[in-house]
Design a protein around this ligand. Structure first.
Ligand code: 8Z2
Length: 289
């Protein structure tokens, strides 16, 4: 309830800000965790995640992300979005582990509903989405990138990308899996999901998790030139084609959203799963000290 009110407030505040800054040509709106800059005539927005230290997708961050996307979808002058990060060295650490650990079932259900919402909106967006992957991109971070139409990644061997859920003792849901299969094929997905593989850039390119590698300082310019190529295609034919390719995968979740929320909630509430998450969080802490 409180979240719905916050959502309305953010949408309203954002549109006021958007109108004011539109006078200058380039526009900009920002929530706390998502910054959106639009570049008038080109019809392209750059969306930057800024939820330090690691751009984890907390409930608040997910909500702001979804609202920002909704606003861009409603703005008919925007045809494409470049998705990137403002946190140095991290694209996104994925779903926020603290939203899935030590909470109650109602919280898990609310969180998962919002994860579904963001995924559906991103995956079925009519806009052209290009990800400029400028850092580590595990699990939910990889999911965001996979939703895009094209992925450009910084060629820095320190950065890895992949659905690593099995390393955490959890399981990637069927719709994460479906999208992985759609992107890299059944055999590669089967292996990578079981092993929880985090691919360094060269391997990510080879397997097809990303489409192109560029030196780190060229990620944004490359994303822009890719976007220009996609913008040259008539929207209606590109959109119908995208819909044809993605609809079945999205519908697969849409027809069982409630059941998926129930599955998630009972899975994540299990003592054994909470224990696995606890151990993983401890491992992250120890890595530091
Ligand atoms: C039936 C079907 C059912 C379905 C079953 C369930 C399906 C669930 C699907 C899950 C999808 C996911 O995305 S699960 C999330 C998976 N994500 C990950 O595995 C990423 C884990 N993080 C990392 O590997 C690293 O942090 C990395 C991102 C590379 C950055 O490394 P750095 O050295 O720069 O930073 P660190 O020191 O490690 O992290 C800085 C702080 O951020 C915290 N942190 C890091 N990642 C975090 C995260 N995802 N959520 C919260 N907090 C995180 C650390 O604990 C630190 O906290 P302090 O010590 O307090 O400072």
């Amino acid at each position: 309830m409180a979240l719905a009110a916050a959502r309305r407030l953010l949408l309203h505040a954002g549109s006021r800000l958007g109108r004011r800054e539109a006078v200058d040509g380039a526009r900009r709106f920002a929530n706390k965790r998502v910054l959106v800059e639009t570049e008038g005539p080109a019809g392209v927005a750059v969306m930057k995640l800024r939820n330090p230290p690691v751009n984890s997708l907390s409930l608040e961050c997910l909500t702001e992300f979804t609202i920002s996307l909704e606003k861009l979808e409603n703005d008919k002058s925007i045809r494409g979005v470049i998705l990137t990060s403002e946190c140095p060295g991290i694209f996104s650490a994925g779903l926020d582990l603290l939203e899935m650990y030590g909470r109650n079932p109602a919280h898990y259900a609310e969180y998962w509903k919002n994860v579904q919402e963001l995924w559906l909106r991103l995956y079925t967006s009519n806009m052209i989405l290009v990800s400029a992957i400028n850092g580590a991109s595990p699990a939910g971070g990889c999911l965001l990138a996979l939703c895009c139409d094209y992925r450009v990644m910084a060629d820095n061997p320190k950065y890895t990308i992949g659905l690593n859920e099995s390393l955490l003792g959890i399981v990637a849901p069927f719709w994460f899996k479906d999208m992985y299969v759609n992107t890299i094929g059944h055999r590669e997905a089967e292996r990578a999901l079981q092993l929880g593989t985090l691919f360094p850039p060269a391997e990510a390119l080879k397997v097809g998790v990303v489409d192109e590698l560029v030196p780190e300082d060229k990620v944004h310019s490359k994303a822009r030139s890719v976007m220009a190529k996609w913008l040259a295609i008539p929207d209606h034919s590109r959109q119908l084609t995208k819909n044809m390719m993605r609809k079945a995968t999205a519908d697969n979740l849409i027809k069982q959203r409630e059941a998926d929320i129930q599955n998630f909630t009972s899975f994540i509430s299990k003592d054994s799963i909470q224990k696995s998450l606890h151990m993983y969080l401890e491992k992250l802490k120890q890595k530091k000290g």
